[in-house]
Design a protein around this ligand. Structure first.
Ligand code: SAM
Length: 237
């Protein structure tokens, strides 16, 4: 496969989960990417298979032990691509990072549980820390599924030519324009006239205007980036 994912987790039974269905699932079956899980608990050394312990310095919760996590990483790490640790403390995931990861031959993803993972094992393996947003999940598995869903659809061949990636949210620096399909009148609401006109230049103009309005209203952060890029483009001409 062009892209190999390995997930280190205390819950291997959660995979492939949603990744086994639809677009990602078909691509998995077709061998466009591969998914392996490593059960972290299988690398515990004592008879109780302990993977966590109390934090030095006190405080609530438990911390995943560095020796156990290290053994799992060593068993799994194919030596290619980054080791990703999913954590609310990480770089917030955005489309440019998603695209960069899709170009890697492989990624290894470490899912945390409890309060997280002992810092020393993250440092030893130079982990790339990624967050899927400013909120706290109970474990890294849902984040791993989210990250892989986004990355796999950027792996060449996974999304067919009919489902264009070019017009999507973030590609143009804008959020997507509103979408409509049949019936033409639904719930007494007709589809906007311009979309029925067959006039492609006008349709493009309308869509761009809608995308700009939505982005300006909802995401001032994206909007200022878009305005700056437009300005640069004009100055460059
Ligand atoms: N004590 C951590 C903190 O305050 O940052 C939160 C730990 S959380 C309860 C348990 C695990 O869920 C984390 O180790 C991480 O792997 C995962 N996780 C939680 N929120 C996440 C997010 N926003 N992005 C990525 N992973 C997350």
């Amino acid at each position: 496969p062009a892209f190999k994912a390995t997930v280190l987790t205390l819950f291997p039974e959660m995979f492939p989960g949603p990744l086994g269905h639809s677009l990602a699932g078909k691509a998995l079956k077709d061998g466009l990417w591969s998914l392996e899980t490593v059960d972290i608990r299988a690398h515990a050394r004592d008879k109780h298979r302990t993977v966590d312990d109390t934090p030095f310095g006190g405080g609530a919760g438990m911390v995943m032990r560095p020796d156990v996590v290290d053994a799992a990483i060593t068993a799994a790490h194919p030596g290619e691509g980054p080791l990703i640790y999913l954590t609310p403390r990480g770089e917030v995931l955005r489309q440019p990072r998603v695209k960069a990861l899709a170009k890697e031959p492989a990624v290894t993803i470490l899912c945390g549980r409890y309060e997280g993972v002992d810092q020393r094992v993250l440092d030893k393996h130079n982990a790339l820390e990624i967050s899927i947003g400013d909120f706290v999940l109970s474990g890294g598995e849902a984040a791993a599924i989210t990250l892989l869903d986004a990355v796999v659809r950027m792996v060449p061949g996974v999304v067919g030519k009919t489902e264009s990636l070019e017009d999507e949210s973030f590609e143009t620096g804008l959020l997507e324009y509103p979408l409509y399909t049949r019936p033409q009148v639904w719930n007494d609401v007709p589809v906007p006239d311009v979309l029925m006109s067959g006039h492609h230049a006008n349709i493009d103009k309308w869509r761009r205007q809608q995308a700009e309005d939505i982005t300006r209203q909802r995401r001032p952060d994206l909007w200022s980036g878009y305005v700056a890029a437009q300005k640069q483009e004009q100055e460059g001409q």
